[in-house]
Write a protein that binds this ligand. Sequence first.
Ligand code: AKG
Ligand code: FE2
Length: 241
Amino acid sequence: MCVAACSGAPWSQIASLPPPTSLVPLPSNLAHARFARRYSSDDDWINDCFDKEDDINKDNFLIRTHWRMMLIGQKGAGMFNHKDTLQSSSFQTQVAGRKRWHICHDRESKYLYKAGMVNGFAPDYDKYPEALKATCFDQIVGTGEMIYYPKNYWHQTRNLDDVTISVSGTLVTQENTAGITKEFRRECDTTQRVRIFQPETRLCEGLEKCFKIWREKSWEEDLAAKLEDVMRGGGAEEREL
Ligand SMILES: O=C(O)CCC(=O)C(=O)O
Ligand SMILES: [Fe+2]
């Protein structure tokens, strides 16, 4: 797999990932600004759509979806090339060690066959010749660094150190709300093949409330507006308790 125009460039050539489009940069001098925190963390809406006291249901949601993970692994361990089922976006912070990532935009899907087939780190072009046409990114994320990938991006990983520790989180953003809602509704449809969870009434009822919250909330604009407000010298509203 090569980068840029693929004109004989070695597939392992390192390219910089484009800047994430769905994250609002937080200026460092605002690190302690008091932002309205309602729905600025997923814990906020998780408490709103699942009964705040219903820890079992909330845990069920977090565990079944792998909403947040701490990943600990040895050198050489990693995840095969795939796209995430829920059309969600994710970030991952490297806490210890380095992790190599191979990332491709959804539009490269036509060259990437099926999940797990093309090894982005050592593609077998005889077996998967279309992979030669794919434009992807090969990047090492070091300790203290963070990677973000939007919905439907292919990703493959390999730990480069003993021991590698990372923390991941799933994000609901404006750009993925429709897709993630569709995927969850599919999970809750008893006529569909089981993928990540057996439909469960309480979980699915809670999710319907989440969909409403996501639809009505313009996450990025809200945060961007708050940042602009603070930059203009305005005060951010207090967190609603
Ligand atoms: O960190 C890894 O090795 C893979 C993570 C991943 O595929 C994911 O969070 O969706
Ligand atoms: Fe994944």
